[in-house]
Write a protein that binds this ligand. Structure first.
Ligand code: ADP
Ligand code: ZN
Length: 290
């Protein structure tokens, strides 16, 4: 029996096949252009395995419709990527693959990967953020995603500007929300170069860390989770973690006693595999419960 994984991101679709042991057998990636161009490539990839394919897990960029009783369940909804607005993702896949398909956000899928196999393994409450082209967050309690009328949009929480930061923020909706202040494009707008080109000893990283610390602070007070995991391209600046811990401790100011910070505010154990492994595990769950 095989499982399929689709990590549908804003720049690329990463598709993978895994076996019962959740070992990745093959992984490919296709550029995210239009559904007309991208989906035939995705479908073609999984068709090679159709005889043994038991289920598929999809983690998609959003916003997406996650309500099973909604007429547009399985759709990408009001995304700024116009070609993908109101795209019936599950319907398109189900037509070709009439098997169980699990459906959640890209960040929830990565959160699930870390929960099952990574930094959240064995814990009951896990919050995961990605700080990359955008900022997204997902929260899990006893293996279930926390959601209500929709999935969380924690990346757009409000943050207090750092005193040395006069950047107005780059979020088209909120200006200086967390994503507007701390995502990769915000770094590039401020400094005129990409995050990966900014030196480790640049004083900017203290400002970046202050926003991530505020995110951890808000998350702690809202959920008191067992662990908060920060992944995504910007977190490749691993040295920031110490700054995040220090700034977080100052903000909390002794109000709550959290787990030891080196185990509480961490980076993903699975690195870039969190999303793929999460989708595979969600595909396995969908088959188990079908
Ligand atoms: P995406 O969010 O598109 O899925 P990533 O998580 O890789 O992809 O995030 C991409 C963003 O992260 C870009 O803005 C990029 O400049 C930034 N980034 C990538 N690597 C680094 C790095 N080593 N240090 C700081 N920023 C980085
Ligand atoms: Zn915002």
């Amino acid at each position: 029996m095989l499982y399929g994984s689709i990590e549908a991101g804003g720049t690329k679709f990463v598709c993978a096949i895994g076996d019962e042991e959740m070992t990745i057998k093959e992984r490919v990636s296709f550029p995210t252009t239009t559904p007309e161009e991208t989906m035939p490539l995705v479908i073609g990839f999984f068709k090679q395995y159709q005889a043994d394919l038991a289920g598929i897990g999809i983690g998609s960029f959003g916003p997406i419709d996650i309500h099973r009783d909604s007429a547009t369940y399985g759709y990408i909804t009001s995304t700024p990527k116009l070609a993908w607005q109101n795209f019936d993702f599950i319907g398109t896949m189900k037509k070709e693959f009439p098997i169980p398909i699990s459906w959640t956000t890209d960040v929830n899928a990565a959160a699930y990967g870390e929960y099952v196999f990574g930094s959240g393994k064995g814990l009951s409450s896990v919050v995961y953020y990605t700080i990359g082209t955008g900022v997204g967050g997902g929260a899990l309690q006893e293996g279930r995603f926390i959601e209500g009328f929709s999935h969380p949009e924690m990346g757009h929480m409000l943050v207090v500007p750092h005193p040395k930061d006069d950047f107005a923020g780059s979020c088209p909706f909120h200006g200086n929300c967390l994503e507007g202040m701390a995502a990769g494009p915000a770094i590039e707008k401020r400094l005129g170069k990409k995050g990966q080109e900014v030196a480790e000893d640049d004083s900017y990283w203290e400002i970046e860390a202050s926003y991530i610390a505020q995110c951890a602070y808000n998350t702690t007070l809202m959920f008191s989770p067992d662990v908060i995991i920060f992944g995504g391209g910007v977190m490749k600046q691993r040295h920031m973690l110490q700054n995040v811990h220090d700034a977080f401790a100052k903000l909390v100011n002794g109000y709550v006693e959290t787990p030891e910070l080196s185990k509480y505010i961490v980076t993903p154990a699975l690195e870039d595999n969190a999303g793929t492994l999460g989708c595979l595990a969600l595909a396995r769950e969908a088959v188990l419960h079908s």
